[in-house]
Ligand binder design. Structure first.
Ligand code: ZN
Length: 109
């Protein structure tokens, strides 16, 4: 049933969340690696940008487990898309600091 999952763990729900918030990738479920057919928990966040599709400040993110971090980073690096590789913990912290402390975590459902 889930074999045709080509869009990574995010599916459609995730796409719109980039509008204002990046933290939502760790909002509810355990984030999993973006590598094909991998279901391991993500440890790394790979931030990338395709200059042909995205404005320079835009960041797409892939999640990676320890095993696939190099593979995914190489894939993006080869295309000069890769901007940053940080641990998920660091990414969360940075995202949290970038947000106003509104305390209304349910407001963006
Ligand atoms: Zn993986």
């Amino acid at each position: 049933m889930f074999g045709a999952d080509s869009g990574g763990p995010f599916r459609g729900r995730f796409r719109g969340l980039f509008q204002g918030r990046l933290l939502d990738l760790v909002n509810d479920e355990t984030p999993i690696c973006s590598a094909k057919d991998c279901r391991a928990a993500a440890v790394w966040v790979l931030a990338w940008n395709n200059p042909k599709l995205h404005t320079p400040e835009r960041r797409k993110t892939w999640l990676a487990c320890d095993e696939h971090r190099e593979h995914l980073a190489a894939f993006l690096g080869m295309r000069s898309f890769l901007k940053d590789v940080v641990t998920l913990a660091d990414w969360e912290r940075a995202a949290a600091e970038a947000q106003p402390a509104a305390g209304d975590s349910a407001a963006d459902r």
